[in-house]
Design a binder for this molecule. Structure first.
Ligand SMILES: [Ca+2]
Ligand SMILES: [Ca+2]
Length: 127
């Protein structure tokens, strides 16, 4: 339910909801992980908006389902998704990517529904 897989895709590091900084450090050699404020981190959870430096390139982390970038995937993200759908909040492109859980190219209430189902254990989020 809480996978830790990671994948580099274009300028993003895509990861599953359970991914922590340690998973990234284990799977990529000589990598630097920074939080959304640019502070270097070596432990804890990794969230959408974090960045990594790997093989001379910079990648922005997209944690699938982590819409608000706190590293957790829960109902707060679903709420943000619904607010985004009715134009109450804006999301950056990384957050929009993190929200498109059914990969139909749109980030909308269908994806918020997946988040809610994930939160109660009825849906899995994988990369
Ligand atoms: Ca979150
Ligand atoms: Ca979608």
């Amino acid at each position: 339910m809480n996978g830790t897989a990671i994948e580099i895709k274009k300028s993003n590091l895509i990861c599953e909801p359970g991914t922590g900084v340690s998973n990234v450090l284990e799977q990529l050699s000589d990598v630097v992980v920074r939080d959304s404020n640019g502070k270097k981190v070596s432990t804890g959870s990794i969230g959408t908006g974090y960045t990594i430096e790997y093989e001379g390139k910079k990648y922005t982390v997209v944690k699938m389902g982590d819409v608000n970038g706190d590293g957790k995937v829960n109902t707060t993200d679903a709420l943000n998704a619904l607010r985004y759908d009715v134009d109450i909040v804006s999301l950056n492109k990384y957050e929009v990517t993190a929200l498109d859980l059914n990969r139909d190219g749109k980030s909308d209430t269908l994806d918020a529904r997946i988040l809610l189902k994930y939160d109660v254990g009825l849906e899995n989020i994988e990369i």
